[in-house]
Design a protein around this ligand. Sequence first.
Ligand code: C5P
Length: 399
Amino acid sequence: MLAGRKILLIIGGGIAAYKSIELMRLLRKAGAGVVPVLTRAGSEFVTPLTVSAIAGTRVQGELFDLTAEAEMGHIELSRSADLVVVAPATADLMAKLASGLANDLASTLLLATDKRVLLAPAMNVRMWEHPATQRNLETLRGFGTLVVGPDAGEMACGEFGPGRMAEPPAILAAIDAALTTDTALAGRHVIVTSGPTHEPIDPVRYIANRSSGRQGTAIAEALVRRGARVTFVTGPATAPRPLGCEIREVETAREMLAAVEAALPADAAIFAAAVADWRVAAETRSKIKKQPGAEPAPLTLTENPDILKTISRREMSRPGLVVGFAAETDDVLANATAKRLRKGCDWLVANDVRPETGIMGGSHTAVTLITDAGAEDWPAMSKDETADRLAARVAEALA
Ligand code: C5P
């Protein structure tokens, strides 16, 4: 979708501005044109010379630039692009846009544009979590503004948490998704769970399920390609994280449930995670030691919350469509049909995971979709194709 498209890229004042240089390079490599706008604060982090050299065009900076106004006024500049991207989107830029301030070129362009706006926020954890920023984020979402990231991790300021700007390939994917013409799921929010959960036994050991996270990742990407906003709640999976989603990394089933609940409301939720059914009743804080001559310590297990069931049976803000997965080795259809009713979900995607099928951890799968209308066998195909078909069905159901 990127070849021949024009991106107006506003670079705000944050340390993540250096990543926007890489973003420009990726955009140009993909065949897109970039018109860079550097805020005054942004120019403290990257120089206009670097920006214009990588963009291959002059950088816009001042609102009252007589030469620029003579060549192309700021209103025209705001409308000549296919998409307006703000990376890094600082707390200040978000606040300005949320309240309609326009006192420099960047904020004026954001207010004057008739195109979609995609923000890649980057700021200190506290600034991100501040109610003012969160309120602005909600306001902006209400305007139809798209948001990618931020990621959680170590920050330049030494603190840890959400606030790191999404990586350039993820922003590129979000740009690509924003430009796609398939908008069947535009404005829809879908939660996807993926990967295994890890349930600690002691600080070094854990109980886990086998799951690569490939199917959940493919589903998230297929939904993003249809224009959905996707919150991707993942356990420690080996598959690379899907691009263009809001990623929530968790370890345990209980954390996964909390992350799903925090992401509500949603139009649909797809539970592809292989959640551990049990956890150790009393996790010890120190490593369990082998005692010479003694029996191994017994492990007492307790049941984990069933995320699919909990969400399916919610009275308040239950997603309109809840989809569960069932990995079965015997009597696949009968077990999966019973499971759909027991869990209270709308659809259940069943797959036969007997080792000889090679589905677990492999790239292909053959599923049966169970709805209240009955069971549909889908032919064997790649997990990506299965994901695409499922995303198309979700779009149909939400239409
Ligand atoms: O009961 P079983 O684990 O076979 O059910 C599979 C479905 O239930 C999957 O969609 C899985 O993500 C979900 N599940 C869950 N929470 C659990 C166990 C399973 O959400 N604790």
